[in-house]
Design a protein around this ligand. Structure first.
Ligand code: SF4
Ligand code: FES
Length: 248
């Protein structure tokens, strides 16, 4: 395949940035999207130009680093996958592909397609943990009975990889799907009850402090989420928040 790529280039956080056109040729349909980007970068380095900065680590849908907005969709045109799992067979010869970074006030661009997502880390630090007695009397986790339904729902919530696609695809740049998943994964389990009240209050407060917008039930986040995190997690977070407020 021969393709035209329109890619966001931005030298650093202070640069205004602009879209730049590139051509790539002989791209195999079996390549992943990031392998196609590697081909372009080899081309750029070979001609003495700056390669395009983009985040990646695992390249297998686990780490949540590969944040690219492709043809107006977070993680591109396929469903239930991250950018690193996107294959070039989703495109055809002669296509023009537009590639941008996540766009949200709370995810400032560092360079080209790389954004700063430490706001997510700070939300996690505000409540994404449990207290466990490590004094020698630690209870074996398997000794605590948990219903199959609660265990399955907690596991589903825990599959969130913190990629930020939910924020990028939301017209309000809301992080409520992410925070809803993180709150839910503990709220559904007995181990998460010790800090339940402070957790939801602190995580929501940090989310607001970071400048994320509010949820208006559009549902774009759920559609674009590579892990299929359900909007039900936002509803659960709202219930947890209301209940925490009543408990003071
Ligand atoms: S909820 Fe989905 S889209 Fe949002 S950070 Fe988690 S995995 Fe990514
Ligand atoms: S590089 Fe890890 S999820 Fe894509």
């Amino acid at each position: 395949m021969n393709l035209t790529l329109k890619i966001w280039r931005q030298k650093d956080a202070n640069d205004k940035g602009k879209m730049v056109d590139y051509k790539v040729t002989d791209i195999s349909e079996h390549m992943s999207f990031l392998e196609m980007m590697d081909v372009l970068n080899e081309q750029l380095v070979g001609s003495g130009d700056q390669p395009i900065a983009f985040d990646h680590d695992c390249r297998e849908g686990i780490c949540g680093m590969c944040s690219m907005y492709i043809n107006g969709e977070a993680h591109g045109p396929d469903r239930g996958i991250t950018t690193c799992q996107l294959h070039m067979r989703m495109f055809k010869d002669g296509d023009t592909i537009t590639i941008e970074p996540w766009r949200a006030k709370a995810f400032p661009v560092i360079k080209d397609l790389v954004v700063d997502r430490t706001s997510f880390e700070r939300i996690q630090q505000a409540g994404g943990y449990i207290s466990v007695n490590t004094s020698g009397n630690t209870q074996d986790a398997n000794a605590i009975p948990i219903s199959k339904i609660a265990a399955d729902e907690a596991m589903d919530a825990a599959t969130c990889i913190g990629c930020g696609a939910c924020v990028a695809s939301c017209k309000n740049s809301s992080a409520m799907l992410f925070v809803g998943a993180k709150v839910s994964q503990y709220a559904l389990l007995p181990q998460g009850q010790v800090e339940a009240v402070e957790r939801v209050q602190n995580m929501v407060a940090q989310m607001d402090l970071e400048g994320f917008g509010n949820c208006t039930n559009t549902g774009a986040c759920e559609v674009e989420c590579p892990k299929g995190i359900s909007l039900e997690n936002i509803a659960r977070m709202n219930r947890e928040f209301l209940s925490a407020s009543l408990k003071g």
